[in-house]
Design a protein around this ligand. Structure first.
Ligand SMILES: [Zn+2]
Length: 424
């Protein structure tokens, strides 16, 4: 078994009581007579990977695009994700949950979209998909007041009149209606909060008014849930932010009072050092999505800079509409590789240990499960992945952490346990 921070895999027995790890010890650990034994010989056990940024509604779009920037992707959003029935919403979420589970990921932070506003039934369908799959999730309705076409200064005016009319029809619901819908959903939440819990995701700061952003934070405080927003992901976003606020988006979010331990920046590719310091000082997280950042041409995030400024770094895949798979092994590998392309100073490169820590403990903290997920240790939930050491990825077996991050691609996943139960 291996945890982040461990250099060598240790042979171990794990005693699970209910859904929680009670004890970890050398082989031969005492167990109650009626305990069920799971044979993990020739298996490497690692904490379930945690996907800190994905989009359940985007799972039907894998492979639909190639040379798309973020802005082209957002412009195509209604085509990619619109016109969904409740069953579509369930299935889109469910297919992603199955992909993540079968690729060693046991929990995710899902920023899900409904048009023109979130609904109690829609969020219930998405939550049910995770509950049915047997996977943990933080489900955050991705909300805004302004569509992409309205949020980019001058874009609407630049469209031909015919197209302007069509785009008019894509208006989102008023902010108050959206906030009411989220409140209703949280009040009637029917899932066990340790398995599927809600959060609030104002999608991109300049797609929202300042009042709306503040009210999202008030709602998150009221229901003790997390906040997540896409911040400084693309250069265009940075420019719009500077133009609109006269400062970086992160600086503006700090002024609005949004930064805190429950706040996660999605991406943060273009954070400057002051932004990183702001996030670090507030105990906030960044969900780093290197696959999406490369695929959309957004650039490479300075993760070393974030860690130096005490930002909690988590790792995600982003949605299948811009990463085309939800493979956290691949995200870890890309996080390592992306850091190593940024300069010749090897001290600034991420180690495989740092990457594994981000994809387990760091992501757990971003999801608000920091003391319960991300480690195989007493008191933590029994979310464990069993890798088959006979798989070619582990022949030969040289170094558990290096191979987990650089070699494993999901094909050695033998089985996955969530809360002591096999993922379905
Ligand atoms: Zn995203």
């Amino acid at each position: 078994m291996i945890n982040a921070g461990g250099h060598r895999a240790q042979a171990a027995d794990i005693l699970i009581v209910g859904d929680t790890i009670a004890e970890v010890g050398p082989p031969g650990l005492a167990a109650p007579g009626d305990a069920t034994a799971v044979d993990a010989r020739d298996r490497l056990m690692h904490p379930g990977l945690i996907n800190a940024h994905t989009h359940g509604h985007a799972n039907l779009a894998k492979g639909m695009g190639d040379r798309w920037t973020l802005e082209l992707l957002l412009a195509a959003g209604p085509w990619i994700s619109g016109g969904r029935t409740l069953e579509d919403k369930y299935l889109s979420t469910y297919v992603g949950a199955i992909e993540m589970l079968t690729k060693g990921c046991t929990a995710c932070y899902d920023l899900t979209l409904e048009f023109p506003l979130p609904t109690v039934e829609g969020l219930e369908a998405c939550g049910r998909a995770y509950a049915d799959a047997g996977m943990r999730a933080v489900l955050a309705p991705m909300v805004a007041e302004f569509s992409f076409y309205e949020a980019i200064p001058g874009l609407l005016d630049a469209l031909p009149p015919g197209l302007q009319k069509e785009v008019e029809r894509l208006r989102l619901a008023p902010g108050d209606a959206t906030l009411d819908a989220m409140r209703q959903s949280m009040q009637s939440w029917r899932f066990d909060r340790t398995s599927v819990r809600s959060a609030v995701a104002p999608t991109i700061p300049h797609h929202c008014s300042d009042d709306f952003m503040r009210n999202c934070a008030v709602l998150a405080r009221e229901f003790d849930v997390a906040l997540h927003s896409h911040v400084q992901e693309s250069k265009a976003q940075v420019i719009v932010g500077l133009k609109r606020y006269g400062k970086t988006q992160t600086g503006h979010l700090q002024d609005l009072g949004l930064l805190g331990p429950n706040f996660t920046v999605g991406h943060g590719v273009w954070l400057d050092h002051d932004d990183m310091r702001r996030l670090g000082d507030h105990g906030s997280s960044v969900a780093h999505n290197p696959g999406s950042n490369m695929r959309l041409g957004n650039g490479l995030a300075d993760v070393r800079g974030m860690l130096e400024r005490k930002v909690n770094v988590a790792i995600g895949t982003d949605g299948a509409n811009c990463s085309d798979n939800l493979n956290m092994y691949e995200s870890m590998r890309l996080a390592s590789m992306a850091s190593k392309t940024q300069g010749p100073d090897t001290d600034r490169w991420l180690t495989t240990g740092e990457v594994l820590a981000a994809a387990t403990e760091g992501s757990a903290r971003a999801l608000g499960f920091g003391d319960r997920l991300g480690r195989i240790a007493p008191g933590y939930k029994a979310d464990i992945v069993f890798l088959d050491l006979h798989n070619v990825n582990w022949l030969p077996f040289n170094n558990a952490v290096n191979q987990l991050v650089h070699t494993e691609d999901g094909s050695a996943v033998h089985s996955v346990m969530v809360g002591g139960s096999p993922g379905r």
